[in-house]
Design a protein around this ligand. Structure first.
Ligand SMILES: C[S@@+](CC[C@H](N)C(=O)[O-])C[C@H]1O[C@@H](n2cnc3c(N)ncnc32)[C@H](O)[C@@H]1O
Length: 200
């Protein structure tokens, strides 16, 4: 096996160990026992419009699989704001992705977490938050809060492991569409898109 392949496998294993350690410490915050796979991370990043010139908001970067895909998609590190609740994950994220604005904070309290970016508009939101572990009312409030930070029509893309949208529709304020089932993820995952209705 080539040195490059061995390095890649070691890197992947290291990511899984870091993820698993965080899961042992806080299973509810992590939501699943495996880091997000490359196929799903790439699909999530594909909704970002890098031409908008607006920053991008990531929620729950974990070990950074989706962060990596967002940067690969062409977002400049300094244009990415990424809010992570588990403090122990931040140093590795910062070391792996220099220039990205990692924020140790709570996605359900963005007004505080975002600091001087609290009043900014973002192009889109890419979220791996384990929403099913939070009460439905809190999920709806989060989606409404996030959509108020985006231009009308721009998406929140959300990863989830159930067959249904983790956030129920609210046809007066926002739409909900399935994006993809990704069977090549462990466990198989589904992507959902939320968009603010232009008049809301
Ligand atoms: C399913 S894991 C993310 C998986 C990630 N894509 C990876 O490959 O490592 C969910 C992440 O959301 C974070 N999280 C949970 N609740 C949060 C909250 N309220 N605010 C910000 N991040 C949160 C967890 O700490 C965890 O890193």
């Amino acid at each position: 096996m080539s040195g490059f392949k061995v390095e890649k496998i070691a890197e992947r294993f290291d990511e899984e160990i870091r993820f698993f350690k965080s899961w042992v410490e806080s299973p509810k915050a992590m939501g699943t026992i495996c880091p997000t796979g490359k196929v799903i991370a790439t699909r999530m990043a594909s909704v970002i419009n890098t031409g908008s010139g607006l920053p991008v908001l990531e929620l729950g970067p974990g070990t950074g699989a989706i962060t990596k895909a967002i940067l690969r998609h062409g977002v400049k590190p300094e244009n990415l704001y990424s809010v992570e609740y588990t403090a122990s994950l931040i140093p590795h994220l910062e070391a792996e992705h220099p220039g990205v604005n990692f924020i140790h904070g709570d996605a359900f309290d963005l007004q505080n977490a975002l600091g001087e970016m609290a009043a900014s508009r973002f192009d889109s939101v890419v979220s791996a938050l384990p929403l099913l572990n939070f009460p439905v009312g809190q999920r709806i409030a989060l989606v409404r809060d996030l959509l108020n930070r985006l231009p009308a029509g721009r998406p929140i893309v959300q990863l989830s492991y159930g067959p249904h949208s983790p956030v129920p529709p609210d046809w007066q304020t926002y739409t909900v569409e399935p994006l993809d089932w990704i069977f090549r993820n462990l466990p198989p995952a589904r992507l959902w898109i939320y968009r603010r209705i232009a008049t809301a």
